[in-house]
Design a protein around this ligand. Sequence first.
Ligand SMILES: NC(=O)c1ccc[n+]([C@@H]2O[C@H](COP(=O)([O-])OP(=O)(O)OC[C@H]3O[C@@H](n4cnc5c(N)ncnc54)[C@H](OP(=O)(O)O)[C@@H]3O)[C@@H](O)[C@H]2O)c1
Length: 297
Amino acid sequence: VRVFVTGSTGHLGSAVVPDLLSVGHQVVGLTRTESGATALAALGAEPLLATLDDLDTLRAAARAADGVVHLAFRHDLLRTGGYARAVADDLTVVRALGAELAGKVFVGTSGTGAAATPGVPVTEDDPKPDAAPRGEAENTVLRLAATGVRSAVVRLPPVVHSTLDRHGFVPTLIATARATGVSGYLGEGANRWPACHTLDAARVYRLALEQAPAGSRLAVVGDEGIAFRRIAEAIGQGLALPVEPVAGERADQHFGFLGGLVPADLPASGDRTRQLLGWRPEHPGLLADLAAGHYFR
Ligand SMILES: NC(=O)c1ccc[n+]([C@@H]2O[C@H](COP(=O)([O-])OP(=O)(O)OC[C@H]3O[C@@H](n4cnc5c(N)ncnc54)[C@H](OP(=O)(O)O)[C@@H]3O)[C@@H](O)[C@H]2O)c1
């Protein structure tokens, strides 16, 4: 089918686009840059040069496609405190695309997020409140099902890892450790972060496009929850740096914009997604991927 992919040149997009093409789908990929367009064309995709602000262009691309995979997100705003703006822009784009897709497919992106019950892994059955991070966009995607769109939302864990990961949270933590000379954690570091491999996530996007029932919440979970201290230890080992607790009052100073997230306990399950799509992770887990060394070269 003909698929319009936003964020087609990013970390996830650079795995999703080849996966879609590999089974014969046609891809139109959104990018703002000539270099992005060149890379997309080299893969065999059709580039569309536009920005997320060009809503008329996005609407026309959605109308001309059989389905949309929406990955673009204004990460450039995150590091400068512009998260609310990025979220608001995302909601605008989701609404614009969704309005064009009756009788077609829309696969959106969200995060696994916080547990509904503290300590208990969040599942696909747990709805996200509108007020949760990216909750309103997730719920907007799901509600499109009532307008005849076969819509699904893919919840990604905070860590998506592989050799394609250049500026996600793991490279950010590694850069922090290099800059401070310490691979830090907060408290006991017993809080858990879930993770998945980029190539496993890409497969879930394709399967969602091909077969997810309307209104599906999907979660790409390889590791359900790794104690943050284990992640800090793997980074310390990779960089030959000491692994040490950071005082809570220094969290933001040490970890920058990740200061609030580092101590969060975020276990997540993706069992329903595995059953629904007949999918299982095939690629290494986070600690094995860190031990492979590519993050530190
Ligand atoms: N990576 C992770 O670990 C992770 C974890 C959880 C959730 N997610 C979510 O997964 C999705 C994909 O993330 P990613 O890591 O692949 O992103 P990324 O590597 O930061 O790439 C961002 C993509 O969005 C496009 N983009 C950004 N601003 C744009 C704008 N103003 N107009 C048009 N396109 C724009 C970029 O296209 P051009 O630069 O080519 O224009 C690029 O393709 C996002 O929703 C992200 O929040 C990612």
